[in-house]
Design a protein around this ligand. Structure first.
Ligand code: SAM
Length: 218
């Protein structure tokens, strides 16, 4: 086990209480053959903390998979809070839905199935969202940023995962569509004076990657 994974395990064992619903969600994801690309427990806790720190009541997630990050975000909401989560793959959504029911959080989570760019135009009635978590197909990140800005308000926070890509994001010559998508996302962030952004590079059981954290200003 590499040192990053050892530290992630130590952090999780020491600081993050075991949660049967979250563990069952990961087990169900594995059993259904979904890829092991959910956030780590420490990253999930970070999402929960972000929701709590800004007092989020409405959250939008793009990219559900088995709903592991959704459950962490739901844990960070008050009882009347609500998450809309978008997932293109019906098989992923089916596992997620069962996970939400098992966790007793289905009431708080509105799972919509389809390509996010088809679903986002229908969310204006649910806006403004206090927190948007972008974690789907990276080439679409620039479009997701445009939608996130339409569906948020001054003070909202936008979080995007997997923006470092083992350092490949710094390669201006990269032809990888995921890297290009993330770089264009950054260009969109940089071009809008209302947005204040940083990137937190992450290591751990999910390898070397990072989150972009953005606050929408006036
Ligand atoms: N957020 C999840 C977590 O941490 O537990 C992981 C999400 S996984 C990295 C990305 C998910 O986005 C996959 O389930 C994939 O099917 C979904 N996805 C990919 N392209 C999409 C699209 N265009 N619209 C909606 N979902 C999409």
């Amino acid at each position: 086990m590499d040192v990053w994974t050892r530290v992630d395990s130590y952090v999780a064992e020491t600081l993050i209480d075991a949660d049967p619903a979250l563990e069952a969600a990961l087990a169900a994801s594995d059993a259904a053959g979904l890829p092991p690309i959910a956030v780590s427990p420490a990253q999930g806790r970070m999402l929960e903390l972000f929701a709590r720190m800004i007092g989020a009541r409405r959250v939008l997630e793009i990219g559900t998979l088995a709903g592991y990050s959704t459950l962490w975000l739901a844990r960070g909401l008050p009882a009347d809070g609500r998450i809309v989560t978008l997932e293109a793959e019906p098989a992923h959504a089916a596992v997620a839905r069962a996970n939400f029911v098992r966790a007793g959080l289905a009431e708080r989570i509105d799972l919509r199935i389809g390509p996010a760019l088809d679903l986002l135009p229908g969310l204006s009635g649910d806006a403004p969202f206090d927190l948007v978590f972008i974690d789907a197909d990276k080439p679409s990140n620039p479009d997701y940023l445009r939608w996130a800005l339409r569906l948020t308000r001054p003070g909202s926070v936008i979080v995007a995962d997997n923006v470092v890509r083992e350092g490949a994001v710094a390669d201006a010559a990269s032809a990888d569509p995921k890297v290009v998508g993330v770089r264009r996302y950054f260009e969109g962030l940089a071009a809008d004076p209302r947005l204040v952004t940083t990137v937190v590079q992450t290591v751990g059981c999910k390898g070397y990657d990072g989150f972009a954290l953005t606050r929408v200003g006036t």
